[in-house]
Each structure stands twice: as structure tokens, then as C-alpha cells.
Design a protein. Sequence first.
Length: 326
Amino acid sequence: MNTARESRRAPEPEKTRRTTPHHIGAWREHHAWSLSISWRRLAARPLGTLLTVAVMGVALALPLAFYLLLGNVERMGDALGRNQTISAFMKPGQNAGMTETAASALRGRPEVQEITVRTPKDGLAELAEVQGFSGALQSLDENPLPYVLSVQPKPNLSAEDASRLIESMKATPGVDLVQDTGAWRQRLDAILGVGARATILLALLLGVAALLVVGNTIRVDIQSRAEEIGVLLLIGASRPFVRRPYLYTGIWLGLLAGILAVVLAVMIELAMAGPVGRLAAAYDGSVQFGGLPVWLLLSVPLASAILGWLGARLVSARQIRRVAAG
């Protein structure tokens, strides 16, 4: 009964070759009808539609969750030492003028953001604040600490640029020792690189999985309507005319799954906000939680709808061709 009712409401089938002046109007009318009937068909089977959308939505939400995690790991690395200063200890006997000359030579390098000169007096004051050192320092006849150059590299400096900066600091006249956490910086860069590659591969694989889910849904729908499609083809309907409602079904499924994925990603953000807030408080606010960018959240439903259209397009073309041949 539903098939007969839909057929009575459907516009006249497009012939394979249309030459009437009302071609554009009929084409627009059929698009509007296809959009409407595809939605009604999905609403007529709510459980199946809900399961399909849920599977696709969860699959699309996983790459968003990994992207969110990766971005916050990078922010945490920046806050906890990825761009921390590199210390250059001057040789014994170097005075303030010699130290300032070395600092001026390093300030001209493109990798350097800022250089701070720490005097032996500053170093002694820092040691005095450490528990257990104040009594020992009072017994010293003279200050044994050297001048120190605290070099702050530019943000997001690559491992290669950091290595060049360290070698330049070691070659600077008057420098005795360079202390750097380059191993930590290189490990973090490597971890972030692996994470970014894994996120891209995961997004591709789960995108293919979502495409296959849509394709299977459309395949089952076309098989259940094989007789109706055969009748339409016999009376002269073109294959694009028959295929159009199924394409809109794929678009609806993809769009709903994309919206669900965005909702799940936002829920993950909200769930992480509390623990990250406590972590930020433990580090005096140096660790900041960053959510997913708005442009990404808005683009997911659109990309998902295109993915649903593509899956429906590939499967419907093959299935309708098989119905026509049979």
C-alpha cells in the first residue's frame, strides 16, 4: 500500500531523452519529491534508521575525539617544557661585558625569541631560596657561580632548528656548557607526528566504514523495491530518475550521522573540561584546555552528507543496473 501511495504521488517519470520545454520544472519537482519521500521512508523505519545513524555517528566521532586529545597533548607539551629555555653557562672569569657580547651575538639568530642574562648574584639568590642551601651559602668566601644566558627559543621550533641553535650556542666565545632538554623536545615532536598520522588514517578508515554502512542500507532498500523499480524502467523512466530518492536517502543518513558525531564530540569536550581544569589549577594555570575548532564542527555534517551521497551513488547505480538487466 505504501509503494502504491508513493507511486501515485510521484511526478511523471523522466524519459531517457526529454525535449519538452518544461524539463527544468519537472526536474526541480522531482528533486523536491525525492527529498521529501526519502525522509518519509527513513521515518517509516525509525529503528533501522536510528541504528544506521548511530553506527555512522560513533565512527565519525572517534577521529574528532583523537583530534581533540592530540591538540591538548600538544598544548600540554608547550606548557610543560616543549619550548622551555636553553641555558648557556659562561666560563669562569667571564665578566658582565663579555657575557653581554655573547648575548648580543645570539640575539641575531632567527631561532631566538628572547635572551635573559642571569648574573652570579641572581643564581646565588635562587639557591638561597632552596631549602638546605642557605646555611651553606653563608660560609662561602666568594660567589662561585658563573654568568648564565637563558635563551628562549621561538614557539614551535623544530628539532632541526633547535639543534642548530644549540650548536651555535656551544660555538659562542666564552660559553662553557649548554644545558638543553632537546631529547624531550624531539620525543614529543615524534609522538605528535605519530598521533597526527594515526588520526588521519583513522579518519580515512572510519570514513570508508561509514560509506559502506550507507551503501549496504541503500542496497537493501533497492532490493526490497526491485519490482517497483523494474516497472518504472519499463514505462520509460531514466536511471537518474529512479536513483534520485536513494541519493537523498544517503544524504539524509550522512547529515544525521554528522550531527550526531558533533554532539558526541561536544559531550567528550564537556566530560574532559573538569579533569583538565583541575590539572590546570595544579600547574598554576599554565595548562589550558582547548576544544575543537568551530570550523571543524560545522564541516563534519557537510562532509558526512557528501560521504552518504557518495555511498548511495556507488551502490544505487550498480543495483539499478542489475535490476534493469534482470
